[in-house]
Design a protein around this ligand. Structure first.
Ligand code: KE4
Length: 429
């Protein structure tokens, strides 16, 4: 068992200063028990905690670190930008350079606004959709997460077509009232919602490949419904590609799935680990955003010189090296190895995967929506999580998250992970 005393001490201190000792609940290890590890540094595919333990990292900061930690070109770009100042509150050419890279890569984006997080991106995209359509309602799907936007912190009511109810204190019933929560991968529910509310729906927001209930792929029928129903009823389709953007492909999920959304939200990878979010779409939609149009959105640090430098460097490395075929090869091998390890151990498990994002579900049935995801054996997941930590493999601390292979992972890293999983899974029976 690795020593974790310094993390324990650091956590005790942090809890005196910061709610729950963390600046985001996802890091608190709440779903797996125990206490979070405090990280000293990352290098390539590895994290090092403050007790000196090394871990093979599959969280990758929840997605941004597709190149691995401390990539030399990214670090140098940030350092170079910092020497010229850290923020000006005035336009810089780097913002146009990052915008150009995004526009060139993402099929649906002709114009893009940079913000500071995925939450800001989805919040702004919804406001824009409501402003453009002059309609109040937003459709989302159970199990999809779009950041801590009040109107999206909503759980499904008793029936899938029930208007949303808040699932966080502080979100008012009035805010939730305009949010409709439907089952993912249910084209009939989406059709019924439009039949019932069609002229009041401003947009449908969806993770085109879900990461936030664990990795769940859309069915062809669901994609066809997403591609046709909103448009038929004058609503906008918003692809939340904060996680899938530049992850599952350089052009994001929309470049793979054959559906072109009206708006796309981005984050994570486009900041290379620094705070960048973005929302974009056709110019005739985006030109409704102030000061071109009347839909308000602003931000002191939007397009920040350091963040845009990190994002530009990251996208330039991705565009130059095209790591996606190798990521697919490594990820397919890992998925097969985990599937085989679970089968050999007699542990019911299935894999959800798209490219280098995937989830090992402790479920004997395929996971296709929140109902099947929430039936997973989360207690068994928690034992698996800690077993992997004890073997130096850092997986996401929740069954309902995706994990990620980076371009810094080696074939040996993948084999070592499979070997560790074989040992851990055998112990779970
Ligand atoms: P941020 O505000 O955390 O940058 O992005 C919110 C967001 C929006 N859309 C999708 C599809 C997302 O996955 C996220 C954030 N993802 C979580 C992890 N699955 C971030 C981890 C955290 O909250 O600490």
């Amino acid at each position: 068992m690795a020593a974790r005393e310094l993390s324990r001490t650091a956590f005790a201190r942090a809890k005196q200063l910061i709610p729950g000792g963390v600046n985001s609940p996802a890091r608190a290890f709440g779903a797996v028990g125990g206490e979070p590890l405090f990280i000293a540094r990352g290098q390539g595919a590895y994290l090092f905690d403050i007790d000196g333990n090394r871990y093979l990292d599959y969280v990758g900061s929840w997605g941004p670190m597709i190149l691995g930690h401390a990539h030399p070109e990214v670090v140098e770009a940030i350092a170079r930008a910092a020497r010229n100042g850290t923020s000006f509150g005035a336009p810089t050419e780097a913002e146009s350079e990052l915008a150009e890279l995004i526009i060139e890569a993402v099929p649906s984006v002709d114009k893009v606004r940079l913000v500071n997080s995925g939450t800001e991106a989805t919040m702004s995209a919804i406001r824009l959709a409501r402003g453009v359509t002059a309609r109040p309602m937003v459709v989302k799907f159970a199990g999809c997460y779009h950041g801590h936007v009040d109107s999206l912190l909503v759980a499904a009511g008793s029936s899938a077509a029930t208007l949303g109810v808040p699932n966080s204190p502080g979100v008012t019933p009035g805010t939730a009232a305009d949010t409709l929560v439907l089952p993912y991968n249910d084209p009939q529910a989406l059709e019924a919602a439009f039949d019932r509310h069609g002229q009041k729906i401003a947009c449908v927001i969806v993770e085109p490949v879900v990461g936030n209930m664990g990795c769940v792929n859309p069915t062809r029928e669901f994609l066809d419904a997403l591609g046709s129903l909103p448009r038929r009823h004058g609503a906008l389709l918003v692809f939340d590609e904060v996680m899938t953007g530049f992850r599952v492909a350089y052009g994001g999920a929309q470049s793979l799935l054959g559906v072109t959304p009206d708006l796309t939200t981005l984050g994570k990878i486009i900041g290379g680990g620094l705070p960048v979010g973005a929302y974009g779409g056709a110019a005739e939609i985006m030109d409704h955003v102030l000061p071109a149009g009347k839909v308000f959105q602003a931000g002191t640090l939007s397009g920040n010189p350091l963040a845009t430098a990190a994002g530009i460097a990251t996208l330039n490395v991705l565009r130059r090296t095209n790591p996606y075929p190798r990521l697919e090869m490594l990820s397919a091998r890992l998925a097969d190895g985990l599937r085989q390890a679970a089968a050999e151990a007699g542990v019911p498990a299935t894999i959800g995967r798209c490219g280098s994002m995937m989830t090992l579900f402790f479920s004997q049935h395929p996971v296709r929506d929140w109902q099947t995801a929430s039936a997973c054996d989360t207690a068994r997941f928690a034992r698996y999580f800690w077993g992997m930590i004890d073997r130096g493999v850092y997986m996401p601390c929740s069954q309902f998250e995706a994990f990620f292979v980076s371009a810094a992972h080696s074939e040996q890293d993948i084999e070592d992970t499979i070997a560790a999983a074989k040992q851990v899974l055998r112990g779970l029976v």
